[in-house]
Design a protein around this ligand. Structure first.
Ligand code: PAN
Ligand code: ZN
Length: 189
């Protein structure tokens, strides 16, 4: 019989022997942020997010599905919210679901045409990420943001394109709330 894991439907967190854990500290994420002066002043070992993953079939299995969650801490670098690295899937047409359990956030989506938009995340919100779309999550609140994800086992993660080219817009705090701004500071949503 295949292994299985348990999810707490209040918190969204997983438990069980088959759950894999990983974390990302600020030191590995610094270059993503616009305000490099502020980023350099912050501690390298500050944990920005942790990920739990349940991968019951080998990575790359066509037709397989993975399940996981991310806990993204509240915080900002300058006026830019703490965020995940963000990626396209290696197999570009692969989609994904995100669903929010706790906290408030923004799902930032960029198509291959470079158009960026965002969807607010709050407990209960379910987000369909279409293929060919880079995706990144920002914590826009003051408590940890927890969301679950389900993605194809053969999707793969292309982080390089986002590291090299970035998203065409960033989610920043203006007048106490999140606003999507382009690199020249123009508000687009
Ligand atoms: C998610 C992400 C997770 C962490 O499971 O991998 O939220 O974000 P980064 O991978 O961008 O660091 C997902 O989108 N999987 O495909
Ligand atoms: Zn993904």
């Amino acid at each position: 019989m295949a292994s299985y894991v348990s999810m707490n439907w209040q918190s969204g967190l997983l438990s069980g022997n088959a759950v894999q854990h990983s974390s990302k500290a600020l030191g590995a994420l610094r270059t993503l942020f616009h305000d490099q002066e502020a980023a350099q002043k912050m501690p390298a070992d500050l944990i920005v997010y942790t990920v739990q993953a349940y991968t019951p079939v080998p990575d790359g299995t066509e037709g397989g599905l993975f399940w996981g969650n991310t806990t993204l801490q509240p915080g900002k670098v300058g006026d830019e919210y703490f965020m995940t690295k963000g990626h396209f899937h290696d197999i570009r047409n692969r989609g994904e679901y995100y669903a929010t359990f706790h906290g408030e956030g923004g799902l930032v989506l960029m198509g291959q045409n470079g158009v960026t938009r965002w969807e607010p995340m709050a407990p209960g919100s379910v987000h369909y990420i279409p293929g060919y779309t880079a995706h990144r999550v920002c914590n826009t609140g003051s408590i940890p943001l927890v969301f679950a994800a389900c993605w194809p086992a053969d999707a793969g993660h292309d982080y390089e394109t986002v590291e090299r080219e970035g998203f065409t817009a960033r989610l920043v705090e203006r007048n106490g709330g999140p606003v999507l701004v382009t690199s020249n500071g123009e508000e687009i949503g």
